[in-house]
Design a binder for this molecule. Structure first.
Ligand code: AMP
Length: 561
């Protein structure tokens, strides 16, 4: 029987906003279960054609909030010169690439042609793409103006213009460029302005260029402090590419008796569950893509301690109340402080101290701060445990296990062996060897590697700390540390039980490349792809070819795709 509750299908949440059914399919495929607060507030207003002034930071789902409605207004059949329906202005080249990628993904079912225009890239190539005709342009203001002046960007048919991260664009000195671009756009167009903060300069732009805008601020209602008083709250700032490894490390060190891990999408839930099971955990997935029966069974096993980790989306875990949860982990920062409070309220029950751990991307730092403001409680920023921390913790765990056996169990049966061994060996050595034997069982066959985490500099508590943000966007867009990236093909994958950590570990260990310079890793059935700095690709290939991964010789070459 596969019965689905309507509340957990994306169709229910997103369809109620009036989106095109083809977009709903795209969202289901991405694993989105329900709209975020910014999306819920903004999408219907933009679909109605009204102007919007929205206060929303990165990590709130703001990109989809403007990208989904603008796709309704494109017309890929129009003549190339008349085709451009939407212009999105963003402060940086990294954000331009990132937003273009998102719009492209959402717009695939419409056949939307999307390009990004930013400085430093070939003008000729951009002009060729524009000539062929595009539906949506994502541009930095300087480059957009350049094209407008050369008459290679025609704005006569633009129906929607979006100013994304408007406060940052002003901070970067783009005020005049923005004015110039806005004055070139048809007076009838719709304008949407998104900004993390709304200082007076933003209000002035809104007054001059937005028509009777609907102002959207996602209020974060204060929560009663008592609710989460017994919960220790920690956050780690980790680049996206290292989140999975960071989660495994944190779990290894915390050794939770019973934990709930929350993710944003179904896809993420499935991936995490698979990885954690491979890592040796009794983990189970809970999301809206499962039938009611399946969900009931998963919850029952978790309640009766038949599984230790429950990996869930908010929607699927709604109403689930389990007394013995010792740890709540937010694999992503939740959209709302209410949801944060609700999640972490699941631990720290029955007078015991609970632990709430949040993995945030450096650029999401701001959202953590607004959660702190809403809950009135501090979230400590920690550093992901190092390999040394992990080893120390493992030894402590072994010691605790031995103490537990000494105090609670009868070991008489084993004394004769010890006596016999003691005739030839030192008793301390015998005990150490026995512990070594146990330790070996819990050791994975791969060496742990250091995981980079960002510790905010002095400006932790100050409103403007966008620096780490840039860096993480760059990584997101496939650029590692700003340098050119090469994709390497490695002839081993899931079938050989290869995990991203094996590949990162091999590159770091064999070629002595800092982990922060290693980009995304994709594991296929029989091969894997990893992104590395272009200038080190040849060296890495040579080093890996001369060594082994998980004890096996593997083929390593540049990926031809
Ligand atoms: P943004 O604030 O636009 O940078 O989005 C943050 C992240 O949330 C992106 O990785 C999006 O793909 C993801 N996202 C956006 N909307 C949703 C949603 N409704 N459900 C799950 N994930 C989402």
């Amino acid at each position: 029987m596969t019965k689905k509750t309507t509340s957990s299908t994306p169709e229910a949440g997103f369809a109620a906003l009036g989106l095109d059914p083809r977009l709903l399919d795209a969202l289901t495929a991405l694993g989105y279960e329900e709209p975020t607060p910014v999306q819920r507030a903004t999408i219907p207003v933009l679909l109605e054609g009204k102007d919007v002034l929205a206060m929303a930071a990165t990590g709130t789902g703001k990109t989809a909030a403007f990208a989904l409605p603008l796709l309704h207004r494109i017309d890929p059949t129009a003549a190339p010169r008349a085709r451009l329906a939407a212009l999105v202005l963003v402060p940086t080249r990294e954000l331009a690439m990132q937003v273009a990628e998102a719009v492209h993904r959402y717009g695939r079912p419409f056949g939307a042609a999307v390009i990004s225009l930013y400085g430093g890239a070939s003008m000729e190539q951009q002009i060729r793409s524009l000539k062929r005709g595009v539906d949506v342009v994502i541009a930095t203001p300087g480059r957009a103006l350049d094209h407008i002046r050369r008459k290679t960007l025609h704005l006569d048919h633009v129906k929607t213009v979006v100013l994304d991260e408007a406060d940052e664009m002003l901070d970067m000195g783009f005020a005049e460029d923005l004015e110039a671009i806005l004055s070139e756009l048809p007076a009838t167009r719709q304008t949407a302005l998104f900004s993390a903060t709304i200082p007076a300069r933003i209000t002035a732009i809104a007054k001059a260029h937005l028509k009777d805008p609907v102002v959207i601020r996602i209020e974060r209602p204060a929560t009663a402090p008592g609710e989460t008083a017994k919960v220790r709250q920690v956050a780690y700032l980790v680049p996206r590419a290292h989140k999975m490894a960071a989660l495994a490390r944190v779990l290894d060190v915390e050794a939770p008796e019973s934990a709930m891990v929350f993710c944003r999408t179904r896809t993420e839930v499935d991936q995490l569950t698979e990885t954690l099971v491979a890592h040796g955990y009794r983990a189970e997935a809970l999301h809206g893509g499962l039938s009611q029966d399946q969900r009931d069974r998963v919850m029952k096993r978790f309640r009766s301690r038949g599984s230790d980790l429950l990996i869930a989306t908010d929607v699927a875990a709604r109403g689930l109340d389990v007394k013995h949860v010792t740890h709540v982990v937010n694999f992503d920062v939740p959209w709302e402080s209410e949801s944060y409070t609700h999640r972490i309220g699941r631990t720290g029950r029955a007078g015991r101290e609970g632990v709430a751990i949040t993995l945030a991307e450096p650029r999401e730092h701001r959202i953590l701060r607004s959660i702190e403001a809403a809950t009135g409680q501090k979230i400590e920023i920690g550093t992901v445990p190092s390999v040394a921390d992990l080893r120390t913790r493992k030894l402590e765990q072994l010691r605790d296990q031995v103490v537990a056996i000494l105090t609670n169990e009868d070991v008489d049966r084993y004394r004769p062996i010890v006596e016999q061994l003691a005739e030839e060996h030192d008793v301390m050595d015998i005990a150490a060897a026995a512990i070594r034997m146990v330790a070996r069982k819990s050791e994975s066959d791969q060496e742990p590697v250091e995981i980079p985490s960002v510790v905010p500099r002095g400006g932790d508590r100050d409103a403007h700390t966008p620096r780490p943000a840039r860096q993480s966007r760059r990584e997101h867009a496939g650029k590692v540390g700003g340098a050119a990236v090469a994709r390497l093909y490695i002839g081993a994958g899931r079938k050989l039980k290869i995990r991203p950590g094996d590949i990162v570990g091999a590159i770091a260990g064999e070629a002595n490349i800092p982990i922060a310079q290693i980009g995304a890793v994709q594991i296929g059935d029989r091969h894997s792809i990893v992104e590395v700095p272009e200038d080190k690709a040849g060296y890495i290939i040579a080093k890996l070819s001369a060594s082994t991964i998980k004890g096996k010789k593997v083929r390593v070459r540049r990926d031809q795709a």
